[in-house]
Ligand binder design. Sequence first.
Ligand code: TYM
Length: 324
Amino acid sequence: MMRVLSGIQPTGRFHWGNYFGAIRQYIDLQDGNEAYYFIANLHALTTIRDRGVLWQNTIDAALDLLALGLDPERATLFVQSDVPEVSELTWLLMTGTSLGLLERCHAFKEKKAKGLTADAGLFTYPVLMAADILAYGSHLVPVGEDQVQHIEVCRDLAGSFNHAFGEVFVLPKAKVLESAARVPGTDGEKMSKSYNNTIEIFEDPKSVRKKVMRIVTDSRPMEEPKVPETDHLFQLYSLFAAPAERLAMAALYRAGGFGYGQVKKALADAAEGYFAEARAKRLELAAHPEKVREILGDGAQRARARAQQTLQRAQEACGVKAES
Ligand code: TYM
């Protein structure tokens, strides 16, 4: 059986990029695999410095994931910091991690390029992420394209630890959906909270429609035929549309003679229907916070049991613990 794992930061409410790039994969992969999904609150601490906000975001993240179809009977859902073994494993990996490797990682590089000061947490972020993955012996890590580099770092670190101390870690593989590797935001760049171009999954439908209507488009005349595949409005529409609708829209693009307003309306309509069921389920879940806490508590227990085994093997292998 394959072990699947992924994490998501509670830095704000989840957006369409999170859903189509990652969350949808979590839900598909919970069948037929041993799946672990966690809310990466320790990673979020590199940007959120307000205890109330971080805590509320963590609860919201759990509600969002459960409402979207993550099933605690089939997958283990937990909060990252509830498994302290991962932090211990991070140290074991940190020794032996070259600075150059971390300097090449894009989160750090981008922040530095903007002239912002990065703290040690942001710099060593990929090492914690590697420990997240390795602690559960994960084979497969479903993510969007922006995380692939971090999974390569994880493989590197696992490989060099294994080389030094023996075969302790499983080398994981990233799983990226071709159709949603990099979901565009309202400005056509990658959808991302830090670019201020997101549309949230559980945002009020009226506000979604407003944002959709403001999606940036080019100013070519209506008559001119257009290439659908390279247009970000078409890419967004494709995520929500059924295959036949997608084909019909592509044909409209190629023929020309349509307005972008027409596509935006179709996108807003499709998006509203798409998340209606999850929206109702979320309301129901939010009325029972004790149930959500119980799910996270159970999840943490299960996740810890596996992480403890891995940590022990790693500790014995590198000589900080006597062999059992
Ligand atoms: P995070 O919280 O930034 O994003 C969560 C997931 O959403 C995906 N994603 C996107 N996919 C497609 N298009 C987009 N525009 C888009 N925006 C976000 C991300 O690729 C990701 O899969 N470092 C991770 C969290 C993490 C983690 C882990 C992931 C911590 N430990 C271990 C996997 C395994 C992060 O910041 O994701």
